[in-house]
Design a binder for this molecule. Sequence first.
Ligand code: ADP
Ligand code: ARG
Length: 340
Amino acid sequence: MTTALFSETSPSLVKKYLPQNLFKSLEHNTTDSGFTLEKAIRSGIKNPDSSIGIYAGDAESYQVFSPVFDPIISEYHGFSKDQNHVSDFTTTNLPLIDPGGNYILSTRIRVARNLKSFCFPAHISLSDRKDLEGIIINALNSLKDDLAGRYLSLADIEKNEDRPAGIETLLFEKGDRFQDAAGINSDFPEGRGVFYSSDRQFIVWINEEDHLRIMSLETTSDLSSTYSRLCRALQTLGERLDFAHDKTYGYLTSCPTNLGTAMRAGVHIRLEKLDQKKEVLNRLAKDYHLQIRGTRGEKTKIEDSVFDISNAKRLGISETAIIRNLHKGLSAIIKAEKNL
Ligand code: ADP
Ligand code: ARG
């Protein structure tokens, strides 16, 4: 390539940390599965408004392309490679944040996981994706009691073969233009689907942005019970599936923003007063290291004063510490809302 890789105005971290000369020096490197840097940065090139702009095609991408991944990870997570990332799934017994149910509509905690022996969604073949789907379904079928559930393939749902009432809220759609440019939507919806428990509080998305998005969801403000359900599921699944994991970067994910715990713990919360005082809310979010997303997920807008507030940091912090910090931050936000 002779012209500039990225649009001059792009705010993305990949543009910041991948100058032309570094691209040249890594251009011919490939992982064992054949993933290249050109493929990793396609999304950032096609979408100049990306905030990050790079995806891993397999676990090895983080080593082979480390000169570009490392500074991006360091800036996004405030993490340096000489730090340790240590997991801790100790369950908690925290008081309800919103016992009257006046603000919090629901609590959701998800982690992303990928299997070590398969390419990640940006680079996996159709036949491997289908094999992987089968392996994951087998592991999910070993879950017991309240975690036991059923699997629905998105392809079957699309053909209208199986459409249980209210299922729409549990499904995922084709990925956005960022994921699309990365190759994550290949052959959609083949090899993808949703597993859900009969109370619908435990849900797993298969072959979305990562091989698994494992989530626990409640229409309460009970962070501890939502977290403990997730921990129980992870215990069983971790015994049956070999997750891609690195001692420095923790659980390895398609997007470097999810590395480490790969956890996003958050609530849907209605804040009518703070909606009028966004600067106060943004200040609190910053102080407690929280991220604010729109009502319908990432890059969507706030509807009816309902915010999605979750942890911003995922690497260099343990799972249990994320839950405790979130509890503190949300308690402070509710206090501020009440005082306005
Ligand atoms: P992810 O959390 O998987 O990175 P998104 O931000 O797109 O990605 O969220 C995925 C979906 O989960 C969206 O439809 C979003 O509205 C829903 N969601 C997120 N938080 C909550 C919550 N606390 N309660 C209910 N649904 C939620
Ligand atoms: N690739 C997109 C960007 O750079 C999204 C990054 C974070 N979100 C995600 N779902 N991985 O803006």
